[in-house]
Design a protein around this ligand. Structure first.
Ligand code: HEM
Length: 494
């Protein structure tokens, strides 16, 4: 069959693997396939990632799945993922889950097709918003939000109560991106119920995931009520964002944050600016992409810290040593928490909260010298399994061990084996932001509390495009402040 040249005709940017992989029959697939519906046996619409992880364990480093007659290929092995990282031959593919989000985020940075001019424009205008200098400017605001969290946890600790970890991390990360990026306060910690932005966002993410689980032509019929709710959710997101922009305009500008960049900064070469419609899409994109994944990353890290007290003790000792008695750590002191960062890296290895990214062939090629692909053919890298490939991570990849990320261990691994932030030109623009925020918050929490696990808790992972430890609760216990105020490492000497 000729290569696909009319992606516009295919729902949600979907291109069937039958069209793009001439030797598809060589790629393993589940044994029992139900006519019309596909590979549904043993899988659930709520857990596509974890179902795919189980399949990868059975079928190997590359395999395929079928949903309602649509065939797609998944990659779980390190050699294949490394080849897909070759930017000369492959690029981001906007398909499956990501394409469904275009209803809400259009050609915003995350959901833009590679050929859409607004991607490069927004990328160039917004990238300086993540420079070292910009990041240092966000640090104080991140600290202020973290204080709201510790205020809340102090009250729980005083009463001997447990805390809702994913709920609290979501409040924290939403407030952080809203304030640092947009000068906006959603008041999450003061509310008894989630902010309507969160409710609508969860609604649209769930809907986007559900769209994958029904045949596209039947979606308007099967998901009629859900579709109406989704339209209402999108309308609410637009209204919230329009209000944020209106306030900023009324204030006559902010202090040079992301929103100022979106509204006022012209492209350094072309002089072009983002259109009002595109600004709206970028604000939604950043509010969603900027908090959901970091919230999950913090939650998984806290789960592991509560489960492994020896790891928590070592991390805490580092915080005490590096931050000393300083009431609030300075910007430079966060990157010095090397071990805390390893805890985060290892949590993102086992549970990369953005669990997959898709790559498409720029021209006819052969993947890893074995699997021919036509131009436009695509595959999805299943990051949690890439991060468990025994040829890279050893015979016991399920074991939580932050020392996998000490410098010699990192140097000894081949490139492109660790991809929680995606790859290439379309990799995460907010990586440093997320790492700074998460390391800072873990440091603050470790310093202030012992993290006692809920004895009955067994890890369950929920999926709504991103991953989250469902129902995770921890009992924080206040610990005394370091008795000897030490000179923190990196602080200027008096
Ligand atoms: C632990 C936290 C985070 C994780 C695991 C994560 C993961 C990812 C991944 C895997 C991609 C690539 C997706 C693809 O190839 O389809 C991505 C892209 C992106 N992320 Fe993140 N992210 C995180 C935090 C953030 C933050 C804090 C922001 C914003 C402040 C952000 C904004 C974005 C944007 C705008 C893109 C699209 C970039 C482009 O295509 O040019 N992310 N992220």
């Amino acid at each position: 069959m000729a290569e696909t040249t009319a992606p516009a005709l295919l729902p949600g940017g979907f291109r069937d693997a039958e069209e793009g992989w001439p030797e598809l029959h060589r790629i393993p697939r589940p044994a029992y396939r139900v006519p019309l519906v596909g590979d549904v046996i043993g899988s659930s619409k709520d857990t596509p990632v974890q179902d795919s992880m189980r399949l990868a364990r059975r079928l190997g480093p590359i395999f395929r799945r079928n949903a309602f007659g649509k065939e797609f290929v998944l990659v779980a092995g390190a050699d294949l993922a490394a080849d897909l990282a070759d930017e000369a031959r492959f690029a981001k593919h906007v398909g499956l889950g990501v394409a469904n989000l275009r209803q809400v985020a259009g050609d915003g940075l995350f959901t833009a097709y590679n050929h859409e001019p607004n991607w490069q424009l927004a990328h160039d205008v917004l990238a300086p918003g993540f420079s070292r200098e910009a990041m240092a400017g966000y640090h104080t605001m991140m600290l202020a939000v973290a204080e709201r969290l510790t205020g809340h946890w102090d009250r729980a600790a005083g009463a001997g109560r447990t805390v809702d970890v994913p709920g609290d991390m979501t409040k924290l990360t939403l407030e952080t991106i809203a304030r640092t990026g947009f000068g906006h306060d959603f008041g999450s910690f003061e509310r008894s119920r989630p902010h309507p932005f969160i409710t609508s966002m969860v609604g649209t993410l769930d809907y986007a995931q559900r769209l994958n689980a029904v045949p596209a032509p039947l979606a308007p019929l099967l998901l009629r009520r859900a579709g109406r709710r989704n339209a209402a959710d999108i309308g609410r997101l637009h209204r919230i964002v329009d209000e944020v922009v209106r306030i900023r305009r009324a204030d006559g500008g902010g202090e040079g944050d992301l929103l100022d960049r979106m509204l006022d900064t012209a492209h350094p070469e072309s002089g072009e600016r983002l259109s009002p419609e595109n600004v709206r899409r970028q604000v939604i994109t950043f509010l969603i992409a900027g908090h959901e994944t970091t919230s999950g990353a913090l939650s998984f890290a806290l789960h592991f810290l509560s489960l492994y007290p020896d790891v928590a003790d070592r991390a805490r000792a580092e915080v005490d040593r590096v931050w000393g008695g300083a009431a609030a750590p300075g910007y430079e002191q966060v990157a010095k928490l090397r071990y805390v960062r390893r805890v985060l890296d290892e949590s993102l290895r086992l549970w990369p909260t953005a669990p997959a990214y898709a790559r498409e062939a720029r021209a006819d090629t052969v993947l890893a010298g074995e699997h021919p692909m036509r131009r436009g053919a695509w595959t999805m890298v299943l990051t949690p399994m890439l991060h468990r490939d025994p040829s890279v991570w050893g015979p016991d990849p399920e074991r939580f061990d932050p020392d996998r990320f000490d410098a010699p261990a990192v140097r000894s691994r081949p490139p492109h084996t660790y991809k929680p932030f995606g790859t290439g030109a379309r990799a995460c623009i907010g990586r440093q932001f997320a790492l700074h925020e998460a390391t800072l918050v873990l440091g603050l929490l470790l310093r202030r509390y012992e993290l006692r696990p809920d004895p009955g808790y067994r890890l369950r992972v929920t999926e709504r495009l991103t991953l989250m430890p469902e129902g995770l609760r921890i009992r924080p216990e206040r610990r005394p402040a370091p008795t000897q105020p030490q000179t923190p490492e990196g602080a200027p000497a008096d």
